[in-house]
Design a protein around this ligand. Sequence first.
Ligand SMILES: O=C(O)CCC(=O)C(=O)O
Ligand SMILES: [Fe+2]
Length: 557
Amino acid sequence: NVSETDGRTGSTGALGVGLRAINIHQNIFPLIPRNKVHRQMAPSFLDGNSLFNFVVRDGNGVKGLVDFGLSEVPEQYVQPPKERIDKLNASTHDNPPIDLSKLDGPQHDQIVEEIARAAETLGFFQVMNHGVPVELLESLKDAANNFFGQPPEKKAVYRKGVSPSPSVKYGTSFVPDKEKALEWKDYISMTYTTDAEALEYWPQECKDVALEYLRTSIKMVKKVVEILIGKLGVTLDDSRIDGLIGLKLVNMNFYPTCPNPELTVGVGRHSDMGILTVLLQDDIGGLYVKMEEEMDGKRKGDWVEIPAVPGALVINVGDTLEILSNGRYKSAEHRVRTTSTKSRVSIPIFAIPKPTERIGPLPQLVERDGVARYREFIFEEYMNNFFSNAHDGKKTVLDSYLAGKDLWDVAGGDDTAAPDDYIHLGCRLHHGFLYMNSISREMELILIHEMVGRGIPAVVTTTSLIVYLLSTDESSELKKLPGLCRGLNERGILSVHITQLLFSVSCSKFHVPYIIRFEPEKTIRLPNADVDFAVNQCAINLIYCKPSVISKSAAAI
Ligand SMILES: O=C(O)CCC(=O)C(=O)O
Ligand SMILES: [Fe+2]
């Protein structure tokens, strides 16, 4: 009996159909047409595929499902226990909104301090007097409700692939094809290119207000970004800031009422990918944030709810800002619950970098902190990763950009860890990196020669590792790392264990541009004009490096 095994209540549906008659293992669930319009189009959901087609492919969304008078959530929406939200056990983050109008008065410094403090701790805060007129906030919520209140066929014209413009996309859940459990949410996403494009293609119901929201809030976003970057002791010129917030998306999220809120999520655990997110939520509440550190008597890892405050906007730090700040500002994990009583809307604006922006910890901070906590990348790569993974917390994307993580994955010898278009034979430039596999002996010699010639520290990995360093400065830095240095000779060759290498990559300020993995059981010699050292039983299998340091070799391929 499902009501006893997975916590469903056993309550009856809108027209009195009890769930005891349902066998969810055959993917059958009760649908009761609620109104005549929908009754005519009532599909027969006999298996998971037709549910998926109805909700996702045909664009009916969760709203379409709910309009049939669902008395229990379909199996596809039931989250595993660890993802369900225990609202009774979460407290509210009741810090009052920060008054941005005070930035123009004598309390300027104090407000700057409050903003930076919030970004460093929870990564979320609310603001008032933000420059977005309060009446506009009301109109936005109305517009969102109007848009989602339309019949499915009106919304479905904006589905991916059929939408009149790639800048507008209506959908449901996040990446339904890849999710183990679907999110209880429909959305429309509008990417800003120009006013003219927006006025032509964005949905009639929301384009004017969405554009005005964007116009007014982006000024505030820029101000907050400048404050946060300023607090890091770094000045970025205007064009760099504009590049960092150069792409803007306005989303409207609709979370229909849910018969089993305790089993579902509106949005699963994730962090936002950009610089800052501005979020307007209605009065329902349900946005939860995971604490990155202990604060106000709450423990690290606890979830706190960001309460609905009339007239306020929520601001949160995104992954890119965490990376730029070398980890000082927190891009916190957050998620949204559903409710059985009322639908909810939220309207986020995502300020994200232009796809061509090079992102990495700001050099001044790396210098100061003595460590680059994240590796560099071109933003487009990050964005593609973000949109191709189901929400699975922060580790889904951000953590894979921790310094050394890429090296670990690739050096770990697992080809599946390489980017999608990594190829097996030959090499290929991909977002600033050169990926190679099964290179020729000639190539390997060129590479090593190149490293030697340029005095670049190289990492040669074997089952027992050899780190080969040419610059004395760098090897002396490495020597300071506790437990790392064993058998370093005067030429800077040292042998380390793989866990220590990881340590060195993520904890030292080195940027290690090369990883060469050796396959055990084969033989190779590493040539160098002065130093010849042999690694027994090895052959080069994989090389991972930046093209900027290897242009000559690349040309030689
Ligand atoms: O609806 C909300 O409160 C948050 C939505 C969200 O986190 C997102 O769209 O990224
Ligand atoms: Fe989010």
